[in-house]
Design a binder for this molecule. Structure first.
Ligand SMILES: CC(C)(COP(=O)(O)OP(=O)(O)OC[C@H]1O[C@@H](n2cnc3c(N)ncnc32)[C@H](O)[C@@H]1OP(=O)(O)O)[C@@H](O)C(=O)NCCC(=O)NCCS
Length: 102
């Protein structure tokens, strides 16, 4: 994972009727710009059932760096699998490698 200081996006939502219009992509771009201006790295996490979000992050060049089995249960009653991503700029700067931790 990148060295500190690291900023993290903890919630990203677009209201259903506004989806598919590039708003989430714009929000992520704004966050990337703000964090870069502060000289920080940027990361986020997403549960493995967040298909739309995962497609979004990967389409924008976010890099998955680690996957962790969480200690909370998903809707299926199983320990959730959570992917951690770093922003394209953070990935470029740190050359993060991917891994899986159970
Ligand atoms: C994930 C979410 C934020 C995407 O918001 P959005 O404004 O619709 O996304 P955008 O329009 O900016 O999408 C940009 C790109 O992401 C990808 N993408 C977004 N939604 C997608 C979907 N449902 N399926 C496949 N790809 C998707 C596409 O590559 C898309 O580019 P394209 O439209 O040119 O194909 C929205 O679906 C949401 O709020 N979901 C519920 C909450 C959530 O899961 N948040 C993330 C938790 S970490």
């Amino acid at each position: 994972m990148p060295a500190a200081p690291v900023a993290s996006i903890t919630r990203l939502f677009v209201t259903p009727r506004r989806r598919g219009r590039g708003q989430a992509a714009q929000l992520l771009e704004a966050a990337c710009e703000e964090v870069a201006n502060r000289g920080m790295s940027l990361m986020l996490d997403v549960s493995d059932d967040g298909y739309a979000a995962i497609a979004l992050y990967e389409s924008l060049g976010w890099r998955r760096v680690v996957t962790i089995r969480a200690d909370w249960l998903n809707a299926a009653g199983e320990r959730a699998l959570v992917h951690y991503y770093v922003s394209p700029e953070t990935a470029r700067k740190t050359g993060c490698a991917a891994g899986l931790y159970e």
